[in-house]
Design a protein. Structure first.
Length: 381
């Protein structure tokens, strides 16, 4: 079985789907790994290290796309890449199946079996394959560093001959993997941290990291399938905004992480709240690519509104490509080892991991949520 690691062509995507260490493990298990020249350069993994790991370097990307049995990558493939894939081949990647369901349709039309890393179930059995979580952890860590660099204050309390410096107040919206990592990082830097999440079950996790949990009784179910936050009613959103407004006002830094798969990100920080913040305060909006949790966020830009710096970074994990790639490669290689038995891809759709993650097979879209998203998009158009 030939597994191809292709070079990412999306601008700003510096990650790579397999690193030399994981390649070496896969080669030991009898898999043939092809690596496109320069695939790991942006993540600081040289071609030489891939060769030493047992991979075969390939200079022609067309050969990889056209001849490999399985292709692994990070970003969503472009149309010309999909068109080069041979029928019956397999793709494993982030595919944004609920946000861009048309990609799934193109893969199905090409008779490609596609596994979407976004749809790995959040179960203990699949934990080592959970790429959304691994990359969210990178984003949460980096968000705090971005905020600390932009804030015109220290994070920790300092006692100096020139007087005592009060610690900065950091308020984190969303206590999923990104939020929890942001809490831990902000605490390491010495800030006072508060956190909010619509899921009351995360309270203990927030408190275990040394942060104060801001509670709101929404009087409705807030947890979706797989443990993700669920989109709530307008009334619940209103109650949420009323409670968090005071905490936003008092914060030096606000980091927002709330996202709903396949939906526009909920607006948690209104422009009025931004206006109430002290000049020099900072907002880092990790939901910028989904429209933003802050009403004034502009994806990919740093702006100043009412004296507050609002940062809307995109593809944050790609800004830390070495470790982000290491973690993603572990997710990919674990899934590969799970799927490949005795040199062949084994598709047991009775298995929840295979069934959840495989979105196209034999010319059809298998996932009902992806079908619904595609139907909704067609209706909108």
């Amino acid at each position: 079985m030939k597994i191809a690691l292709v070079k990412e062509i999306e601008v700003g995507e510096n990650r790579v789907a397999l690193i030399p260490d994981t390649v070496a493990r896969l080669v030991k298990q009898g898999l043939e790994i092809w690596v496109e020249n320069g695939a790991g350069e942006a993540s600081f993994f040289s071609d030489r290290t891939y060769e030493e790991a047992g991979a075969t370097l390939v200079s022609d990307p067309g050969k990889l796309w056209g001849e490999a049995d399985v292709i692994v990558k990070v970003g969503i493939p472009k149309d010309d890449e999909i068109n080069q894939m041979r029928e019956g081949s397999t793709l494993i990647s982030f595919l944004s199946p609920l946000g861009k369901p048309e990609v799934a349709q193109k893969l199905a039309n090409r008779q490609v079996t596609a596994f979407s890393m976004e749809l790995i179930p959040r179960t203990s059995r699949a934990q080592s394959m959970d790429a959304l979580s691994s990359q969210a952890g990178v984003a949460g860590y980096k968000a705090v560093l971005i905020a600390a660099a932009a804030l015109p204050k220290f994070f920790p309390m300092l006692t100096t001959a020139a007087g005592t410096i009060k610690p900065s107040k950091v308020f984190i919206l969303g206590a999923g993997v990104a939020g929890l990592q942001a809490i831990a990082t902000a605490r390491r830097l010495g800030a006072m941290v508060e956190a909010f999440d619509i899921r009351p079950a995360v309270k203990e996790e927030v408190q275990s990291l040394g942060a104060k949990f801001v509670e709101v009784d929404l009087q409705e179910d807030t947890v979706a399938e797989g443990g993700y936050a669920k989109e709530v009613s307008d009334a619940a959103k209103q109650r949420t905004q009323e409670v968090i407004a005071e905490h936003v006002k008092q914060a030096d830094v606000v980091i927002t992480t709330a996202q709903v798969p396949g939906k526009k990100a909920p607006v948690l920080v209104t422009e009025e709240m931004v206006e109430q913040m002290s000049p020099g305060s900072v907002i880092v909006d990790l939901a910028a690519e989904q429209g933003g949790n802050c009403a004034v966020t502009e994806a990919g830009k740093d702006i100043v509104r009412h004296g507050v710096t609002v940062i809307g970074p995109i593809n944050v994990p790609a800004s830390m490509p070495t470790h982000a790639s290491q973690m993603y490669a572990k997710n990919i290689s674990t899934l590969l080892q799970y799927l490949v038995k005795e040199g062949q891809l084994q598709l047991n759709f009775e298995d929840d991991i295979v069934d959840s993650t495989c979105i196209t097979h034999a010319g059809e879209i298998r996932n009902q949520r992806v079908k619904d998203a595609l139907s909704q998009m067609s209706t909108t158009v």
